[in-house]
Design a protein around this ligand. Structure first.
Ligand SMILES: Nc1ncnc2c1ncn2[C@@H]1O[C@H](COP(=O)(O)OP(=O)(O)OP(=O)(O)O)[C@@H](O)[C@H]1O
Ligand SMILES: [Mg+2]
Length: 244
């Protein structure tokens, strides 16, 4: 079943058109990876889904209903949680407090939500010892885990992850990707933005490649890897190769 459908999406920043008529689907229960080089429009697409920027044209359907004109708060309430680029962990709050902030869309007493926050440490054992540590004391990888945990506290049906591996050491990247697979196993649909094609496709059921604000191609991970011309053009060349 299609959970998210983007149809002919156009997004502009003033005069600059960042996304030029994008159409793609995300099926319920899957991890779908959006690949593309710097400036391809990946983050812009996520921002349009989560209501941070209004589309100039086109539509975004979630569970069959248009969310294109919704506020970010309304989109979160409908079940979409966005973990943006750059982590944004609050330096003066503890890890547990940072995670609790993700539940601000939900009713439920502090007791219930606090227990859920504590349960997050099962999924993120690496940050359990830092439960009461302040955000600023964390490493980049730990901050990324806090950011993802915060996103999950909203109990989303769809989790949007923007470059969760950026700037992390390879062993930490692997931990983050293991968590993404576990999130999928628990039934949450994930739309993952990545420049690291190899890692991004390793957890994906389906992949799309964006190029200059347009869909260049889509396919199953083995189809994308299997085509040599595609691999050279989109997945292996230049900067992408350096990061794979
Ligand atoms: N706030 C903004 N104002 C004006 N132009 C913007 C803004 N944010 C992004 N852009 C432009 O929109 C285009 C798409 O940017 P976007 O951030 O979506 O790319 P991206 O695929 O996420 O790239 P990266 O991998 O570098 O994060 C780029 O040309 C970028 O310069
Ligand atoms: Mg981006």
């Amino acid at each position: 079943m299609t959970l998210l459908a983007i149809k002919d999406l156009i997004v502009r920043y003033g005069e600059i058109e960042a996304v030029h008529g994008l159409t793609l689907d995300v099926d319920e229960g899957q991890v779908v990876t959006l690949l593309g080089s710097n400036g391809a429009g990946k983050s812009t697409t996520l921002r349009a889904i989560s209501g941070l920027i209004a589309p100039a044209a086109g539509d975004i359907l979630f569970d069959g209903k248009s969310i294109a004109a919704h506020s970010p708060e309304a989109v979160v309430r409908m079940g979409i949680s966005h973990v943006p680029e750059g982590r944004r962990v609050f330096p003066g709050l503890s890890v547990r407090e940072n995670i609790m902030l993700g539940a601000s869309n939900r009713s439920g007493g502090a007791g219930v939500l606090g227990r859920e926050a504590d349960e997050m440490f099962e999924l993120f054992p690496d940050i359990r010892p830092f439960r009461d540590a302040l955000g600023w004391t964390l490493s980049g990888g730990q901050q990324q885990m806090v950011a993802v945990a915060r996103g999950l506290m909203a109990k989303p049906r769809l989790l949007l992850l923007d470059e969760p591996s950026l700037g992390l050491a390879p062993v930490i990247v692997q931990a983050v990707f293991r968590i993404i697979s576990e999130i999928r196993r628990r039934g949450t649909t994930v739309l993952l933005v990545e420049q690291n094609a190899r890692m991004g496709l390793s957890v994906a059921d389906y992949g799309y490649v964006l190029e200059s604000g347009r869909l260049a191609l889509g396919g199953k991970p083995d189809e994308l890897w299997g085509n040599e011309a595609i691999r050279a053009a989109y997945l292996g060349g230049g900067q992408a190769a350096a990061r794979v």
